[in-house]
Design a protein around this ligand. Sequence first.
Ligand SMILES: [Zn+2]
Length: 241
Amino acid sequence: MRYERQLIIPQIGQEGQKKLEKSTVTVIGTGGLGSPVLTYLTSAGVGTIRIFDDDVVSVSNLNRQFLHNTGDVGKLKTLSAKEKLSQLNPSVHLMVINDRLNSDNAEDYIAGSDVVVDCVDNLATRMNVARACLKLNIPLVEGGVYGFSGYVMDIGRECACLSCLGYDEVIPKTPIPVLGVTAGVIGCMQANECIKLLLGIGEPFYGRMLSYDGLRGTWDEISVEKSDSCPVHGTYKKGRI
Ligand SMILES: [Zn+2]
């Protein structure tokens, strides 16, 4: 009954639903992007979801991080998220990890995932996640927001990552300006990409970045190519990670 409206989608059906139920997804971050990603993966019936965060809820999170309520301020974000998600769908196995991914632990934490979804707000973690995913050959769904704008792309061994595009040299302003609804739009797209990758359906965003402008109300598709000088792809090729 819970899934009847998605079971009647031809690209999903009983077989697709079983695939989702056997899947393991790692979601890094339970904030503005993580809230919609975790909510929709949980409601879709992904079997196991690993929830990563090392932060506690603060009142300034609440304009965009809808998994957390005013009463959760001061709580670990992972536990606050798990409380809501387990009520939404008790059949999903939710694992919480209160830690920050770094270059030493990323591979161990990510190993065994069918897809990783990056929902963090800092480049250092994004690079560590990308390196580990390339090393382990696990598809990575990237997303980011800035003000009214955002992007989504999928990353794999044979296509561009953020470092290929020079993002690792960008020093963003902090705090990053974010409208809650923009994080919601991009997080929903990330969840959609994750489900496509788990089911092997549709056209993943490999080699193309989808760029969203909420003020113009437009999506632009940008072709992106792997760079021979990429430090993330380069370290994977040389076996140094
Ligand atoms: Zn790269």
